[in-house]
Design a protein around this ligand. Structure first.
Ligand code: SF4
Length: 284
């Protein structure tokens, strides 16, 4: 199907918001923006944000359904948007296949960020390649080294980032707001334009706009991450129950990118590897 690009002249002005940047951001400013944008839909929020921080805002996606919606929606507003993803080294081939499809479909560059090789070497040599199966701490350490630390590095210099978080996805996400201050990444702005979307709304958008989506959804997956830590779920199960399925009920199904700060629970070897990496990032 043909795609129509929406032209953006002065998106902030069209929404009655200031076009100038007033960094550094604080929570009161972001609260005020969120109030001003209360009636805006997801596309209008993206339009405002892409106009406000040109070149300094990125969509960060693991190419799950929500990320595919946002990529399509944002690309229609600005085909030059920056798209980044984290390649943990344990992704399914299908994710790489989708990245290729997306690159061709939209003609965009996908910025791929990989973990620090020294930190991965130390973690795997000390704790084994599958440390995530042995303890929650091991899993958190692996997620920290392969995801959390690379994201911190990737977001350096950005003013804002866009995520596909939705409140409906998990109880841990029930409090997600469409605009937030992000203290974990230097008080930049975190946009969750689909925070109030339902699962059905996501899939309606994908099918209506013929958006390429992850092929593992057709195999029963409802949330897709790394190969060894993700499996299909039965009908009616929680959307994220296929993630780290071996962990005890009640354990947070979060990797630390958005909510947890797992450094406190790392084992010694992983803590050492993590601290080494954070030192390189100037954050130890
Ligand atoms: S999802 Fe699994 S393999 Fe991927 S970073 Fe987390 S623990 Fe490691």
């Amino acid at each position: 199907m043909s795609l129509t690009l929406k032209k953006v002249s002065n998106p902030a002005e069209s929404l009655g918001l200031p076009a100038d940047d007033d960094e550094p951001h604080d929570s009161a400013t972001v609260d005020a923006w969120r109030t001003s944008l209360a009636a805006a839909d997801a596309s209008e929020i993206l339009q405002w944000a892409l106009g406000r921080w040109p070149g300094r805002i990125a969509l960060c996606t693991a190419f799950q359904a929500e990320g595919s919606v946002l990529l399509d929606m944002a690309w229609r507003i600005n085909p030059n948007l920056r798209v980044m993803t984290l390649d943990t080294g344990r992704l399914p081939q299908e994710t790489h296949d989708l990245i290729e499809r997306v690159r061709w479909r939209y003609g965009i560059r996908v910025e791929v960020h990989t973990p620090d090789s020294h930190a991965v070497d130390a973690m795997m040599s000390t704790s084994g390649p599958n440390l995530f199966y042995h303890s929650v701490e091991g899993r958190q350490a692996c997620c920290h080294i392969r995801k959390v630390a690379p994201l911190k590095l990737a977001l350096k210099g950005f003013s804002a980032w866009i995520t596909g978080l939705r409140r409906e996805q998990a109880s841990s996400r029930a409090g997600v707001r469409r605009l937030e201050i992000d203290p974990a990444h230097g008080n930049i702005v975190k946009l969750n334009p689909l925070a109030d979307w339902t699962h059905e709304a996501v899939w309606t958008y994908l099918r209506t706009h013929d958006v390429p989506f992850h092929p593992l959804y057709d195999q029963g997956y409802t949330s897709i991450g790394c190969t060894p830590c993700t499996r299909p779920v039965e009908a009616g199960q929680d959307q994220r129950s296929g993630r780290w399925w071996w962990e005890a009920a009640g354990t947070s199904k979060e990797c630390g990118l958005h909510f947890a700060r797992p450094e406190a629970s790392l084992d010694d070897a992983s803590r050492e590897a993590t601290e080494e990496q954070l030192t390189r990032l100037g954050r130890s």
